[in-house]
Design a protein around this ligand. Structure first.
Ligand SMILES: [Zn+2]
Length: 247
């Protein structure tokens, strides 16, 4: 997406959210920052050679970069460092906005981007994004991983405005803290219960191993691994809640 479009979208959304001054300036800097960095990754060419290529901003995997910067923005916001929050949010928005522009099969990215840059930013998309926004880490991550783009310049711009508003509102909103605390307690409770189960099961697995009961060892080891994976998942979800809500 063109810098002009990145900035116009971002400026309009932040103004609509009632933000001004330093946050907006920082966010407008951040929203073009990923295009200033040149990042490389290894790729295999059709001939089977390994090459260093420039990482595209439009790929599906860039969702993880967007989420990384969203959390950074959120943490700065919680600490009251609004300018830094804006700067990181801008970087997240860059990847989000770029992903809205899908490459048509026969044309290239540039054409869709150029056409999208000529269109007026759809205000109704911003309103819808603000209305649908939910300030919760699970919802934010779900949105960013499943967001859809378009090969049509008008639709791509609509999506970009919608997702920009959704995410910006979520980052700059504090609500549902009590509910998040309850969710965290629930996660911790289950992690403890499963931890206890594992503490009982692990010695049994070792015993079965010592007795040479290989079929039982296999089954128990699989069970141990599954329980451990669930515990790690619960702890990770809990950590996200803590980071998002500062609890
Ligand atoms: Zn880009």
């Amino acid at each position: 997406m063109k810098w002009r479009t990145h900035r116009a979208l971002t400026r309009m959304v932040l103004r609509r959210l009632g933000l001004g001054g330093g946050v907006v300036e920082a966010c407008l800097e951040g929203v073009v920052e990923p295009d200033r960095r040149i990042e490389y990754s290894l790729a295999i060419t059709p001939r089977g050679r390994v090459r260093l290529v420039r990482k595209p901003h439009h790929s599906f995997w860039r969702a993880s970069d967007a989420i990384h910067y969203i959390y950074k923005a959120r943490q700065c916001f919680l600490k009251g460092r609004l300018d830094m929050a804006g700067y990181y949010l801008g970087q997240a928005l860059h990847y989000i906005q770029d992903r809205c522009v899908e490459k048509p099969i026969l044309a290239d990215h540039g054409e869709v981007e150029a056409e999208a840059g000529e269109l007026e930013i759809p205000g109704d998309a911003i309103e819808r994004g603000i209305m649908d926004s939910i300030s919760h880490p699970k919802r934010v991550e779900g949105l960013v991983w499943t967001m859809a783009g378009s090969t049509s310049p008008g639709r791509a711009l609509w999506h970009a405005a919608y997702y920009t508003a959704w995410v910006a509102k979520a980052v700059f909103t504090i609500s549902g803290v009590e509910e998040a605390r309850r969710q965290l307690q629930g996660l911790n409770k289950w992690a403890k219960r499963l931890g206890l189960g594992l503490a009982i099961l692990a010695p049994i697995t070792l015993l079965a191993c010592a007795l040479g009961l290989m079929a039982a060892v296999m089954m128990l080891a699989i069970l141990d691994a599954v329980i451990l994976a669930i515990i790690l998942y619960l702890l990770n979800e809990g950590m996200k809640l803590r980071r998002w809500f500062g609890i």
